[in-house]
Design a protein around this ligand. Structure first.
Ligand SMILES: Nc1ncnc2c1ncn2[C@@H]1O[C@H](COP(=O)(O)OP(=O)(O)O)[C@@H](O)[C@H]1O
Ligand SMILES: [Mg+2]
Length: 308
């Protein structure tokens, strides 16, 4: 049976309005033409280097973009438009985010009260105790304040905040930095469990290797563009991947040779025309500088003039 779509994003654009010298305004497009879907029971990873637009994607869905940002395109949640009013109602309940920054925790509230949002009835308390033992957090931590926690504990507390809600859609923005490898892997497995119980999970990370261990699909971000949407098994070998940048990421994984490519991702202000990866791509040709559609190839998507 076809699994239902929990989240569908169609042609999302996000840009910032910035004032230049004098009163001149400038539009800075930071996410362009982004489309993705997350189905029930599916874990989708968004992988990209720092500054590629991953957090803004999460904030766009959650309706928490900064005031100087504007968003275009369409976001559907369970088949209906996710309007401002609707996300306000669902945020923190059916739709939860594990934010990238630990500053989202309230420094003046005890951890346990904060996770339970003040509602500490016996049912919730029991659930919280269960989550804490799953994350190897001592019960005493519930009585502590955020500043008393180590970095790794803070991460696990933030993940617990999402887990207490039985969410249908989880967006986790780099939930694993500061965790040692074993804990990071365990955290990813917990997100996997949520997906296996039927939730849609969108994991944002710059760690492709970690994503591949648990995710069903991987979206590759680069300078605000989605360059590829591939099944995790497409990463078993280089030949099944579609975009030259994805292949470069594949070759940079230690077990595949640890080969790094030269250059850096372009900043929004000096974006080349056409493919943003073209300046670093060994296959770059004349046609890479024109408009490049995002199209379906072999059960995945790619934004490249070549098929593979
Ligand atoms: N408030 C803002 N004003 C202007 N530009 C911003 C703002 N927030 C983020 N950006 C820019 O948007 C781009 C994407 O940011 P972000 O989504 O945080 O990247 P990532 O999470 O992938 O590291 C970056 O180039 C960043 O400089
Ligand atoms: Mg980020």
């Amino acid at each position: 049976m076809e699994k239902k779509k929990i989240l569908e994003i169609k042609n999302m654009n996000i840009s910032f309005c910035q004032y230049q010298k004098g009163m001149r305004q400038e539009e800075l497009p930071v996410i362009r033409d982004l489309s993705l879907s997350v189905h029930e029971g599916e874990m989708v990873a968004v992988v990209g280097s720092s500054g590629s637009g991953k957090s803004l994607l999460a904030h766009g869905v959650m309706g928490i973009l900064p005031y100087n940002a504007s968003m275009g395109g369409e976001i559907l949640y369970r088949g209906e438009p996710l309007t401002e009013k609707r996300i306000r109602k669902l945020r923190g309940k059916e739709i939860v985010m594990v934010p990238q920054s630990t500053s989202y925790l309230d420094p003046l509230m005890k951890v346990g009260t904060q996770i339970c949002k003040g509602k500490k009835d016996p049912v919730r308390q029991k659930k919280l105790d269960g989550i804490f033992s799953r994350y190897s957090l001592a019960k005493e931590v519930q009585e502590q304040y955020p500043f008393e926690l180590s970095g790794g504990m803070t991460r696990r507390v933030m993940i617990s905040t999402a887990m207490i809600e039985d969410p249908r859609l989880v967006i986790a923005d780099e939930p694993t930095p500061g965790l040692h490898q074993k804990a990071a892997k365990r955290a990813m497995e917990h997100f996997r469990e949520l997906a296996d119980m039927g939730a849609g999970v969108l994991i944002i990370t710059h760690d492709l290797e970690l994503a591949l261990e648990t995710a069903d699909r991987v979206l590759v971000f680069y300078a605000g563009y989605t360059l590829e949407d591939a099944k995790a098994e497409d990463f078993c070998k280089e030949e099944t991947l579609r975009h030259p940048y994805t292949k470069a990421l594949w070759r940079a994984i230690p077990k595949n040779g640890f080969q790094y490519i030269d250059g850096v991702q372009p900043y929004v202000k000096d974006m080349p025309s056409g493919c943003p990866f073209a300046p670093r791509c060994s296959r770059c040709s004349e046609k890479c500088h024109g408009e490049i559609p995002y199209r379906e190839v072999n059960g995945g998507y790619v934004r490249c003039v070549y098929d593979s």
